[in-house]
Ligand binder design. Structure first.
Ligand SMILES: Cc1cc2nc3c(=O)[nH]c(=O)nc-3n(C[C@H](O)[C@H](O)[C@H](O)COP(=O)(O)OP(=O)(O)OC[C@H]3O[C@@H](n4cnc5c(N)ncnc54)[C@H](O)[C@@H]3O)c2cc1C
Length: 491
């Protein structure tokens, strides 16, 4: 069907994905258009829900012909305006109907549709005795492969294997006009997606682009043998500097799959959930070690214990063990604070040498904003986590507010019942979002970079102009009419 005006787009999309998969009610468009940031941009004109890579390509072609931008969305559990439309005249592409997973145990890769969640991917691969090396964010019950590779992400497995992008070996991407491009050995006419490098790294070009350069439809990710042994250790420290120094030394061994620090305010939350041994603990450092041989894992744990034990006090390791036992369950409590606060992370990615300074600067910023923090009942907690070779330092800013459409649909039922009808608190929201942006600006001034750039982090302002111009030229070549997620990455 030829489409000449925006008004006909709904009919053209229905012809491609079926009537049930085109959403036009105000409520659905708003739900799909707004992320968790509490900083909504526009509401999409229409939401299309393709069920296959072919349908993604057809949706993109329909929109391109009509001259209407497309914006891809995965699980929608992000908070940097990446999928929020810069203007309302867009087709929002929800990928969550796409859930096919093909596991190739012999060649050690999995091909997943972009709408597969990390929990689904873990279940499908572990049933075959394998796993992706990085195996998901804490939000992996909702976060999809497509959204996560477009943001880049770290947590489970990252201490040894790095980020989601580091573990990706091939992509299938639908370009602005609907052309399907494959990367790495997947692009070989007679090949398969078994290795990332075949000519220049086009896989890398599309990773972490927050959907600015194309709509991913499928991804090939490396597999490893499923580790059957998992052990954990935890240590208490009086200062962040002490915990951070031990963490850095442990990270050099690259044997801890997860290696992270919690702050005293986080401990207060976990104590309420039953982790009473955190009473009196200031900063805590946690490490998970995995493998297929118990003797080897024991030896690696002993090495880490030797480092942390020099300056820290060993405590019960139930926290990292509980996270491993239900990797994607705990994150859900992070939707809404226990007293009706929304929680919004902001982070800087730093080399080991700058983490202590970043934490000191964050503490000084919080101290200097003490009056406004107390006035609006703001809170700040901290998570510090290692990915192979670097550190993410993440303050989480809380404020009392209405919970918004995403949390209302997905937060645990008891939380929605308790806080679902809380009215908007615009003054606290202004103070909380301002503090979040102050953290981002400060980290950028210290040379920190960011995952999840979206339309929120100051990417354009922070990179050298020649670099941004090069990226702009690539965007111009791939999407000359600026019809793919306009505004993402500042493009
Ligand atoms: C409680 C909680 C815990 C979290 N834990 C972690 C964590 O441990 N580690 C971490 O790194 N992050 C974490 N996050 C942040 C976030 O959940 C992750 O970044 C997650 O990967 C987002 O995935 P998604 O599918 O929801 O992406 P979305 O929010 O749907 O999209 C993110 C970006 O990707 C783009 N995109 C989506 N699909 C495609 C596609 N098919 N093609 C091209 N572009 C696309 C969108 O346009 C957008 O710019 C957490 C968030 C919450 C709320």
């Amino acid at each position: 069907m030829a489409v000449s005006t925006g008004a006909q787009i709904g009919d053209a999309l229905r012809a491609v994905v079926g009537a049930a998969n085109v959403l036009e009610s105000a409520e659905e468009r708003e739900y799909y258009s707004w992320d968790l940031s509490q900083e909504p941009l526009a509401v999409a004109e229409v939401v299309a829900r393709p069920g296959s890579a072919e349908e993604i390509a057809a949706v993109v072609r329909v929109a391109h012909e009509a001259g209407i931008p497309v914006v891809p969305r995965g699980g929608g559990i992000s908070y940097t305006q990446g999928f929020e439309p810069a203007s309302g005249a867009v087709v929002l592409i929800d990928t969550t109907r796409m859930t096919r997973v093909d596991v190739n145990v012999e060649d050690l890769y999995v091909v997943a549709d972009v709408g597969v969640t990390w929990e689904e991917l873990y279940l499908a691969t572990s049933a075959e005795g394998v796993r992706t090396p990085y195996f998901g964010p804490l939000s992996g019950r909702f976060a999809t492969v497509g959204g996560t590779l477009s943001q880049n992400s770290l947590f489970y497995g990252s201490g040894v294997y790095g980020t989601a992008a580091d573990c990706t070996i091939g992509l299938e991407v639908v370009g602005a006009g609907g052309t399907v491009v494959r990367t790495g050995s997947w692009a070989h006419r007679n090949g398969s997606p078994f290795t990332r490098y075949y000519g220049p790294d086009l896989t890398g070009l599309f990773l972490a682009d927050t959907g600015a350069l194309g709509v991913k439809s499928r991804a090939a990710i490396r597999l490893i043998e499923l580790p059957l042994v998992n052990e954990a250790i935890s240590f208490a420290f009086d200062t962040f500097a002490g915990a951070n120094a031990a963490m850095a030394e442990m990270a050099r061994l690259q044997v801890a799959a997860e290696l992270f620090i919690f702050d005293p305010a986080n401990h207060a939350i976990y104590r309420k959930l039953g982790f009473s041994f955190l009473e009196g603990v200031e900063w805590s450092l946690h490490a998970s070690v995995e493998g297929s041989d118990e003797t080897l894992v024991d030896a690696q744990v002993a090495l880490l214990r030797g480092i942390a034990g020099r300056t820290g006090r060993e405590i019960d390791p139930s926290l990292p063990l509980a996270m491993r036992a239900d990797p994607f369950g705990g994150g859900l409590r992070g939707f809404v604070g226990t007293e009706g606060h929304v929680r919004l992370p902001v982070h800087g990615v730093f080399p080991f040498s700058k983490v202590e300074a970043a934490q000191a600067a964050a503490a000084a910023l919080v101290e200097s904003r003490r009056a406004v923090i107390e006035l609006h009942d703001l809170r700040v907690t901290y998570l510090t986590a290692v990915s192979a070779g670097f550190v993410v330092f993440e303050p989480v800013v809380w404020w009392p507010d209405s919970i918004g459409p995403y949390r209302a649909r997905h937060a645990p039922a008891d939380m929605v019942e308790q806080f679902g009808s809380a009215p908007p608190n615009l003054e606290a929201r202004a103070a909380g979002t301002a503090l979040r942006r102050e953290f981002a600006t400060m980290f950028s001034a210290m040379g920190g970079t960011h995952l999840q750039v979206g339309k929120w982090y100051p990417f354009r302002e922070s990179v050298e102009s020649a670099t941004f111009e090069t990226l702009g030229a690539i965007k111009g070549a791939l999407d000359p009419r600026r019809l793919v997620n306009p505004g993402s990455l500042g493009l």
